[in-house]
Design a protein around this ligand. Structure first.
Ligand code: UGA
Length: 444
C-alpha cells in the first residue's frame, strides 16, 4: 500500500519505518527542514534501538522516503496518517493546533479520495473536527470527494518502540466507514501474528481508549508510590508488597514499580488532558487529579530525602546522579524526574556530577550555565561520575547501572551513601558493603 505519514516525531518515524518494513511504500512528511534533511541521509535524530537501521535499510531499498512537501507525500497515498504532536496547552488540555493545521492543509491539497487516520493522541471529537476541516476544504475546491477520518492511536513505548509496533498487544481501529475500515484491516493484517489483535470500534471510543490506557497505567504507578510512602513509615518493604500483589492475576506483575515518579512525553500530558476534558464536560476527576498530584510530589522525593540526609546543609556537597533520561532505552528528557532533582540540587547550591549513556548532550543543552560554571559535570562513566561524591542517586535504571562494582564505587566516593530511586539494588547487600542505603518505600 502507499502510505503517507505526516510528522517525523517518535510516533510518526517509528510508524513510517515499520510500515515500510512490512512492505508498504511510505513517504514521511516532515516540515522541519533540518530534521527532514538529516532523515533523508539516514540520520535518526532520536535514540531508539533498531530505528536507525530500519530507516537506513528502507531508504536504501526505496520503500521509505522523507519529504518536506505535503503535496508530495499525499499525491499517491491510499492512507494518510497524521502523527504530529499534541503538547499540553497552558491549561493542560491537548494543544490541537498542529493536528488542525494539517487537516486544513489536507483540505487544501488533497486531489483524490483516501483514508485519513489520526495517530496522534487526540481528545474525543477531534476526528470529527479533522473530517469537517478537510471536507470543507475539499468542498470549497469543488472536487466532489469526501474523506473519512479514522482513529488509530499508537501504544508503543519508547525504548522498545520497534518491537511494540511490529508485535503489538492490540491495534485499535476507530472507524465509522466500512470501506476505510477494510483498508486499515488489510494494512494491519501482517502485524497480527497468530492472533486476532485488531479491535474495531467507533472513532470516539478509539480516541478515548488511548487516554484511558495511559490514565490507567499512570494511576497504577501513583498508587504504588503512595503505598510506598506508607510502607516506609510502617517499616515494610514495598518490594515485598509488589511481589505479594503482583502474583494476583487480576493485578499482574507489570507497571507496579514504585519509583521517583513517571515522566516522558505521554503520561503527564495525557493525564492532564483527561482532567481538562472532564472539566470541560462539567465533571470533576478527583482520582486523576490525585494521580497527577502524587506524581508531582514523587518527583520531589529524591531531593527531599537528600535534603533530610544533609540536614539542609548543602555547602560543598557533591551529589552524583546515575541516569537522566526519563526511563532506560531513550535519550528523551521530557518531564523526567531527573530534571526536578537537578533543578532542586542546583538551586540548593550542590555540586552535581551526572551520567547517562545517551542523554548527557540534551542535559548540557538544557543547563548551559551550570555546565559552563562547572556546577554540573556530565560524564558517560558511572565511575568518574561518583568521584568525591557525598551521595549517589540512581534515577534511571539503565542496565549498565544494575550491577556495578560497588567496592570500586565506595572507594571513589567521599561518603558511601546511595539513594535508589528505582529500587533496583539489594538493600542488605549494600548495607553489608558499608553503604547507607535508602530506597523508595523501603525500611531505613
Ligand atoms: C507510555 C505507554 O506505556 C505507552 O503504551 C504509550 O504508547 C506511550 O506512553 C504514549 O502515550 O505514547 P512511554 O512514555 O514510552 O510509554 O514509557 P513507559 O514505559 O510507559 O514509562 C513511563 C514512565 O513510567 C517512566 O518514567 C517509567 O519510569 C515510569 N514507570 C513505569 C514507573 O515509575 N513504574 C512502573 O512500574 C512503570
Amino acid at each position: 500500500m502507499r502510505i503517507c505519514v505526516i510528522g517525523a516525531g517518535y510516533v510518526g518515524l517509528v510508524s513510517a519505518a515499520c510500515f515500510a518494513e512490512m512492505g508498504n511504500q511510505v513517504v514521511c512528511v516532515e516540515r522541519d527542514t533540518l530534521r527532514a534533511a538529516r532523515l533523508a541521509r539516514g540520520e535518526v535524530p532520536l535514540y531508539e534501538p533498531g530505528l536507525e537501521t530500519l530507516v537506513r535499510t528502507h531508504l536504501a531499498n526505496g520503500q521509505l522516503r522523507f519529504s518536506l512537501r505535503l503535496e508530495d507525500g499525499i499525491a499517491q497515498a491510499d492512507i494518510v496518517f497524521i502523527a504530529v504532536g499534541t503538547p499540553s496547552g497552558e491549561d493542560g488540555s491537548a494543544d490541537l493546533s498542529h493536528v488542525l493545521d494539517v487537516a486544513h492543509e489536507l483540505g487544501a491539497r488533497l486531489r483524490h479520495a483516501c483514508v485519513v487516520v489520526t495517530k496522534s493522541t487526540v481528545p474525543v471529537g477531534t476526528g470529527e473536527r479533522v473530517a469537517q476541516s478537510i471536507n470543507a476544504g475539499l468542498a470549497r475546491r469543488g472536487l466532489g470527494i469526501r474523506i473519512a477520518v479514522a482513529s488509530n492511536p499508537e501504544f508503543l513505548k519508547e525504548g522498545s518502540a520497534i518491537d511494540d509496533f511490529m508485535r503489538p498487544d492490540r491495534v485499535i481501529l476507530g472507524c465509522d466507514d466500512p470501506d476505510s475500515l477494510a483498508l486499515l484491516r488489510r494494512l494491519y493484517a501482517p502485524f497480527q501474528r497468530n492472533h486476532e489483535r485488531l479491535l474495531c470500534m467507533g472513532v470516539r471510543a478509539a480516541e478515548f481508549s488511548k487516554y484511558a490506557a495511559n490514565a490507567f497505567l499512570a494511576s497504577r504507578i501513583s498508587l504504588m508510590n503512595e503505598l510506598a510512602a506508607l510502607c516506609a513509615r510502617l517499616d515494610v518493604d514495598i518490594e515485598d508488597v509488589r511481589r505479594g500483589i503482583g502474583s494476583d492475576r487480576r493485578i499482574g506483575r507489570h507497571f507496579i514499580y514504585a519509583g521517583c515518579g513517571y515522566g516522558g512525553s505521554c503520561f503527564p500530558k495525557d493525564v492532564r488532558a483527561l482532567i481538562r476534558s472532564a472539566e470541560q464536560q462539567g465533571l470533576d476527576a478527583p482520582i486523576l487529579r490525585a494521580v497527577e498530584a502524587r506524581n508531582v510530589e514523587q518527583k520531589r522525593w529524591l531531593f527531599e530525602a537528600l535534603q533530610a540526609h544533609f540536614d539542609g546543609y548543602w555547602q560543598g556537597r557533591r551529589v552524583a546522579i546515575w541516569g537522566l533520561a526519563f526511563k532506560p532505552g531513550t535519550d528523551d528528557l521530557r518531564e523526567a524526574p531527573s530534571l526536578v532533582l537537578l533543578d532542586a540540587l542546583l538551586a540548593a547550591g550542590a555540586q552535581v556530577q551526572a551520567c547517562d549513556p545517551v542523554a548527557t548532550a540534551e542535559v548540557a543543552r538544557r543547563y548551559p550555565e551550570a555546565v559552563a560554571s562547572g556546577r554540573l559535570c556530565l560524564s558517560e562513566s558511572p565511575y568518574t561520575c561518583v568521584e568525591g561524591a557525598d551521595a549517589l542517586v540512581l534515577v534511571t535504571e539503565w542496565k549498565q547501572f544494575r550491577q556495578p562494582d560497588f567496592l570500586r564505587v565506595r572507594s571513589l566516593m567521599r561518603m558511601p551513601v546511595l539513594f535508589d530511586g528505582r529500587n533496583i539494588y539489594d538493600a542488605r547487600e549494600l548495607s553489608a558493603l558499608g553503604f547507607l542505603y535508602r530506597g523508595v518505600g523501603r525500611p531505613m
